[in-house]
Design a protein around this ligand. Sequence first.
Ligand SMILES: *[C@@H]1O[C@H](CO)[C@@H](O)[C@H](O)[C@H]1NC(C)=O
Length: 235
Amino acid sequence: MLKSLLLKFCSIILYSIMLNMERLETPKKPRLLCLHGGASNATVFKEELSIWPDYVLDKMDLVFIDGPFPAHVDGTIVDQRFEWYAKDDPTFGNFEEGIAYVEDCMVKLGPFDGVLGKSMGAIVAGLLPGLQEHGLYLTNVAKIEHVIVMSGAKLGTITFPGPKLAETAFSTPINIPSLHTFGENDFAKETASELVEAYVDPLVIYHNGGHEVPKLDEEGLKTMFEFLKKINAIA
Ligand SMILES: *[C@@H]1O[C@H](CO)[C@@H](O)[C@H](O)[C@H]1NC(C)=O
């Protein structure tokens, strides 16, 4: 009697240990909403990111969307290319409409754990956690747990003016894991470092390229894996 109870007890313990091990071995992939750069689109951005090795990309569940507005280059609309807001409009007229669109996509395609953006997409992605933290937007979606921002900017500074709500979003330091990339020959080098400073615990991949998705060299891969570990993408 006692022996069989003991056996049963042991097998339950063993079983739960096995379950836990399984959980440790296969962590849930973090799901990230991906925002392309200005005058680009979801397909193009996905293609740009494909220079990262599969063993990096496979650790995340990346969802690409098109920006809400047709892209303008030198005042003319570019076919099949999109933007998140009108960057030449000093009043930031459609900015909030763009943010509302992103929130809408997060509701429809989510839940998401984080956001990833490049250039104009990084400017928006880098701003979202602060907007959410201060209750301005993204109140209908789960907390943004982490961001990856490439060649972005901190909106609402003297070097990079933005709408009023950006100042509120960045009025307190942003305390979530963040990964920042920008290049030696990147025109966004200064503005991207301002965005780094807005985050409490940033990881940075500073590469020798320009305004682009960086190739990951040995050093870059090390930082990438440090980040993936931080966001529980790898055990
Ligand atoms: C995005 O750009 C690619 C390449 O130019 C094009 O094939 C595709 O149709 C575009 N997507 C949209 C939604 O316009």
